[in-house]
Design a protein around this ligand. Structure first.
Ligand code: PMP
Length: 401
């Protein structure tokens, strides 16, 4: 009999031999210690009996253990319930959702906003619902954008990362083919999570105008961090030139869920046609309440200043040591090069109680392995100093400095 099964053991062995195999922490340890769910600053989280500082989470504003947010969550659970109980279009719609959407629309300078059960669901549901004929997509766009493009079954043209000349060539090539009756969508992350780069949104909006295309921007890593709690779109004053603003509630907003912000017609259309909205249970009310409160804090508290202050100190310190940091955002990718060095550096950091794992292929291209460092607003100045000292010592140990 022929074997058409899957030899998973050999595949795992092959990953192991290339240093590519990942292992999750044992379940009991995660449950006991709350390893990655704990806030980034302070004494938590704890692993194997030693205190560790997490410098790798997306909890940018340090709000996942904020008392104001905990209270909003408790109140929502007590008054509205722990679950939406049904799709928003059936009986799952609550005032908590509406309040969050009103605040998001206000922050994003749009007519309306709509929340989804995740940023992933918002991306795939929205891109597929739009049914574009051609999509122009940055080569480093997030997986949920790529999956949205696949689901939309559109012709997808990938342009070079943050490269306006490459985007222009792609648009021009399609224009010479004709396609006057088609719908075109340019889609990009605003901050790229592995590179820390910021998309040239003004240039993209200019090209979109020139070719009559729509622009969709994924602000997952930027939401809450810029002007009045907005993203890069707000920082650059582009709200009226970006057709679709997308984001997640799961990073700076310390919750779970995703959103789309745009004009009335877009949101109405998505309420009807985005299958990941229509056929999915509404966001849990406590998650909506947490994001609402976090957005309020992001807009009115000093957490953004604290984050950017920490980012500046950490970036300056790492660069002064001689590490190369790419990008221009709160994400500080420390370029190492080969994957073994990146793994050894991460181990060295971990031995010094700093958690910042190595990012290696296939997440990033071969030869560009790195440590992705993300300070948060919850880190104290002492935490930043601890992190820098760990980089210095571990970097010397690995022979990188
Ligand atoms: N877009 C980007 C750029 C992301 O980094 C992520 C999450 N890693 C998502 C979308 C998906 O968001 P969520 O985690 O809410 O599904």
């Amino acid at each position: 009999m022929e074997d058409r099964g899957f030899d998973l053991e050999s595949r795992l062995e092959s990953l192991q031999s290339q240093d590519l195999k990942r292992t999750l922490s044992p379940v009991d340890r995660v449950a006991e210690r709350g390893y990655f769910a704990a806030p980034s600053g302070g004494e938590l989280p704890v692993l194997e009996g030693s205190e560790a500082l997490v410098f790798a989470s997306n909890n940018y504003l340090g709000l996942t253990a904020d008392e104001r947010i905990e209270e909003a969550v408790t109140q929502a659970a007590a008054t509205v319930g722990t679950g939406a109980g049904a799709s928003r279009l059936v009986t799952g719609d609550t005032l908590v959702h509406r309040d969050l959407e009103r605040q998001l629309a206000e922050t994003k300078d749009t007519e309306r906003a709509l929340v989804f059960s995740s940023g992933y669901a918002a991306n795939v549901g929205t891109i597929a619902a739009l049914e574009p004929d051609v999509i122009f997509s940055d080569e480093h766009n997030h997986a949920s954008i790529i999956d949205g493009c696949r689901l939309a079954a559109a012709d997808t043209v990938v342009y070079d990362h943050c490269d306006l000349a490459s985007l222009r060539i792609a648009l021009e090539e399609q224009a010479t083919r004709g396609g006057e009756d088609e719908s075109w969508l340019i889609v990009t992350d605003s901050i790229f999570s592995m590179d820390g780069t910021v998309a040239p949104l003004t240039g993209i909006a200019d090209l979109a105008d020139e070719y009559g295309a729509w622009v969709m921007v994924d602000e997952a890593h930027a939401t809450g961090l810029y002007a009045d709690g907005g993203g890069v779109v707000q920082a650059e004053g582009l709200a009226d030139r970006i057709d679709v603003q997308l984001g997640t509630l799961s990073k700076a907003l310390a919750s779970q869920g995703g959103y789309i912000a745009g004009n009335e017609a877009l949101i109405e259309y998505l309420v009807n046609e985005a299958r990941s909205f229509v056929f999915s249970t509404g966001l849990t009310p406590p998650a909506a309440a947490a994001a609402s409160e976090a957005l309020h804090v992001a807009r009115h508290d000093d957490v953004r200043e604290r984050l950017w202050d920490n980012v500046a100190h950490l970036r300056d310190g790492l660069e002064a040591m001689g590490f190369a940091i790419t990008g221009d955002s709160q994400i500080l990718p420390v370029r190492v090069g080969n994957r073994q060095d990146a793994l050894m550096l991460a181990d060295g950091l971990r031995e010094r109680n700093v958690v910042a794992p190595a990012i290696r292929p296939p997440t990033v291209p071969e030869g560009t392995s790195r440590i992705r460092v993300t300070p948060t607003a919850a880190h104290s100045r002492d935490d930043i100093v601890t992190c820098l000292e760990a980089f210095q010592a571990a970097g010397e140990e690995v022979g990188l400095l």
